[in-house]
Design a protein around this ligand. Structure first.
Ligand code: TYD
Ligand code: MG
Length: 457
């Protein structure tokens, strides 16, 4: 019988320890270590032998001698995905697509591989049966003669299928469902996830075949989440959005072959995901003319500017404690902005319920949203609408000053392109900026009070 041994892994960062520790010395998190039983025989023998055998094949090369072939990236045919990956899928790379269950990871990948021309794909599913995948494929409506589906959870068997099919791209959906016999722990545990990903990485590098991994994350992070994998893989893409809304954002969190500021936007439809190449139009469809509590923010997510609607509702607290809630915006930041309004503009908001909502269920992290958030709150509080055709951008500081923001030019041009007539921007952003050719009227503001006067007279 193989001797077994326990190893402890950190659930958060994947660090390994021979004994249990309360606080991870690597990532500093508390109570994240979990026990995993490994079979000493296979753990020591398996990968080690494979490693020594392969080492002799690889020779160190001078960096000048390394050839980069033209077709080192595969065009996935999906504009948003290509861009987020930095211009296509790099051959030999290991890409992780993480996201909460049900967000649409499988749909995105299946849809992409079904539309691929001239690439042989092996889609390994550990979650759905071949029949379910076929039904989904029919729903999405794509036909790819070179797409092979296999339902398999054993890593060793997956490698056998790969050898038989000899694909150009391998998809593993999901990494949490596959397991290697080298470890005794169950699929989805930190050890298994790490071990399987490491083997797949080795496969990808040696055969120059790209591997796409799907990884689930849940809010508690109780299963071995993609966090553990982040160190191993080349690229981490996160698929996010509110399941009850239509829009999904694909964000690049780590990319060894491109920038991490890229972002893709999709809309979930009955027949799969649709790329949204002009996000502003979709986020501004409703006509809110004359309604109070609505402000249009000019924001930048990734490298693309877009305009998004910010809605606020301020009402007298019905119960003793006022309620504060924010969807798509950091609640602590909203509380800070409310304190600024209270102290600097003299609004009595302490006894008011304040609800804030960013359109489309999209989470925005841009500090330039501040000015729109404040304006929406003020507009709702006074029940006065902001004039139609007005948009704004700017960060608000603790003393009520409007601070300059990055890439103002892109933002202004986007607002102008969409036909906005007036835009509030931070005064400091106007320095050295040529406004003569602009059709949009720029209103430079230095303080929250000034913005207030400009908007509500
Ligand atoms: P799925 O790709 O299974 O999510 P994940 O792999 O991230 O767990 O997506 C599941 C959701 O997407 C499901 O709730 C149904 C919805 N959906 C559509 O709205 N339209 C479609 O065409 C498809 C295939 C799924
Ligand atoms: Mg899935």
């Amino acid at each position: 019988m193989a001797k077994t041994k326990s190893v402890y892994f950190c659930n958060n960062c994947g660090a390994e320890s021979p004994k249990w520790i309360g606080r991870c010395p690597v990532c500093g998190e508390w109570n994240t270590y979990v026990e995993e039983v490994v079979s000493t025989k296979s753990a020591a023998g398996g990968r080690g032998e494979f490693g020594t055998m392969e080492q002799s094949k690889v020779r160190p090369q001078r960096i000048d001698d390394i050839q980069i072939t033209e077709e080192s990236r595969i065009d996935l045919g999906n504009g948003e995905l290509n861009r987020v990956l930095g211009g296509g899928l790099v051959r030999g790379s290991l890409v992780l697509i993480g996201g909460e269950p049900g967000i649409g990871k499988s749909t995105l990948i299946l849809q992409t591989v079904l539309a691929l021309k001239g690439q042989k794909v092996l889609y390994v599913s550990g979650e759905e049966s071949a029949r379910q995948l076929k039904l989904r494929a029919e729903r999405i409506g794509g036909n790819a003669p070179d797409c092979y589906i296999v339902c398999e959870t054993s890593l060793e068997d997956i490698f056998v299928h790969i050898r038989n099919v000899d694909p150009d791209i391998v998809v593993i959906d999901s990494i949490q469902t596959i397991a290697t016999s080298a470890m005794e722990s169950s699929p989805g545990s930190v050890g298994q996830v790490r071990e399987c990903a490491a083997s797949l990485l080795k496969f990808a590098k040696q055969t120059n075949t790209p591997v796409l991994l799907v990884g689930h994350i849940n809010k508690e992070g109780s299963i071995a989440g993609p966090k553990v994998l982040e160190h191993i893989v080349d690229t981490v893409l996160q698929f996010e959005g509110d399941r009850h809304y239509l829009y999904r954002i694909l964000r690049s969190i780590k990319n060894r072959f491109g920038s991490t500021s890229e972002l893709g936007i999709y809309e979930m439809r009955q027949n799969g995901l649709r790329e949204v190449s002009n996000p502003s139009e979709m986020l501004l469809t409703q006509n809110h003319e004359g309604l109070s509590g609505v402000a249009i923010a000019v924001t930048i997510e990734g490298i693309r500017p877009f305009l998004i609607e910010t809605q606020a509702l301020v009402s007298t607290a019905a119960y003793g404690t006022p309620q504060r809630s924010a969807t798509g915006f950091d609640l602590r930041r909203m509380n800070m902005l409310l304190a600024v309004l209270e102290k600097r503009v003299g609004f009595k908001l302490a006894q008011k319920d304040v609800f804030l909502n960013i359109a489309g269920g999209i989470k925005v992290n841009d500090p330039a949203m501040d000015l729109a958030v404040i304006s929406a709150i003020l507009s709702s509080n006074m029940d006065m609408a902001i004039e139609a055709g007005t948009c704004m951008t700017g960060e608000v500081g603790l003393s009520g000053e409007i601070r300059p923001i990055n890439r103002i030019e892109q933002r202004i041009l986007e607002a102008e392109k969409l036909g906005f007539k007036r835009m509030l921007i931070p005064q400091n952003n106007l320095k050295g900026f040529d406004t003569s050719r602009l059709a949009i009227e720029l209103v430079a503001v230095r303080k929250v009070e000034e913005a207030f006067r400009q908007l509500f007279g």
